[in-house]
Design a protein around this ligand. Structure first.
Ligand code: T3D
Length: 262
């Protein structure tokens, strides 16, 4: 699509989604949020896709809400706030409900909704030049896009509070030290590293990965009893997959497994 705000392409089982508004640091408007949501939802039903990689074009990952849309500088009518937020909520739910792994390659600054979009992904790899910024408070807003859900769970309440209340820029290296992201690599090797990881995930037992994601999602709010019950149910489902049979057979035959995602 010529006027799309994102680029999409599938190779080796990996759907790569690139936010593509580099002139405004890939800041997100309603159209982009809708396209991203559609990409993640479509990935769920596309058997050719076994992992998703999201990144940004140019020097930024995503600078959050497009402020020219939220507050038009020419004084024209702004869109309904609720509509903007509903768009982000649907996007975050699409990422968390997608039972396939999602890798974020954070190539530069990730601010506001852009930071929290990254944190909603399963595995976050950042360039050593990247940074994370809960920019909301700087313009008198509250972290959204699930920031108040994921941040305290990832880094603890004290660090989440300082990030949200002070709105400071957290360098990627410190984000890794804090356990907020999976890894930091030199900027020049970010895309190769992230693609290799996503391609590897695309060769793994996809349904088991999906069940793992479901279990971890539920663990955020479940009791121990409920989580044990869920693990049992998911294990029963996993044990019925072709990939489980292949995994055990390959172990017994002392060879590498070939998982098909079924
Ligand atoms: O309705 C609602 O709004 C609710 C939803 C809220 C969700 C949110 O995400 S709220 C938070 C919104 N985001 C921000 O407040 C971040 C704003 N941007 C920045 O603070 C800085 O741009 C960065 C720290 C991200 C990067 O700084 P720097 O110095 O590297 O770049 P820059 O010069 O500020 O930006 C480059 C261009 O991108 C510039 O345009 P120009 O001057 O070259 O024509 C700048 O205006 C544009 N840009 C950057 N961020 C946004 C943006 N344009 C629109 N919206 C943006 N968010």
């Amino acid at each position: 699509m010529g006027d799309s705000h994102i680029l999409r392409g599938v190779e080796a089982g990996v759907l790569t989604v690139t936010m593509n508004r580099p002139e405004v640091l890939n800041s997100c408007n309603r159209k982009m949020a809708g396209e991203l949501r559609d990409a993640f939802e479509s990935a769920g039903t596309d058997n050719a896709v076994r992992a998703v990689l999201i990144t940004g074009a140019g020097r930024a990952f995503c600078a959050g809400q497009d402020l020219a849309e939220a507050a038009p500088p020419d004084g024209s009518a702004a869109p309904d706030f609720g509509e903007i937020v509903r768009g982000y909520n649907a996007l975050i739910l699409a990422i968390r409900r997608l039972e396939k792994p999602v890798v974020a390659a954070v190539n530069g600054v990730a601010a506001g909704a852009g930071a929290n979009l990254a944190l909603a992904c399963d595995i976050v790899i950042a360039a050593d030049s990247a940074s994370f910024l809960q920019a909301f408070v700087k313009i008198g807003l509250v972290p959204d896009t699930a920031g108040t859900f994921f941040l305290p769970r990832l880094v603890g309440l004290a660090r989440a509070t300082s990030l949200a209340m002070l709105g400071g820029k957290l360098p990627a290296t410190q984000a890794k030290e804090w356990g907020m992201i999976h890894d930091v690599v030199p900027a020049a090797s970010l895309m190769d590293t992230a693609q290799a990881l996503a391609r590897d995930l695309a060769t793994q037992p996809t349904r088991a990965l999906g069940f793992i994601k479901r279990a971890l999602n539920e663990s955020m709010t479940n009791s121990l009893e409920d989580q044990l019950k869920l693990e049992g149910e998911l294990q029963r489902l996993a044990s019925r997959t072709a990939d489980y049979k292949e995994g055990v057979r390959a172990f017994q035959e002392k060879r590498a497994p070939t998982f098909t995602g079924r």
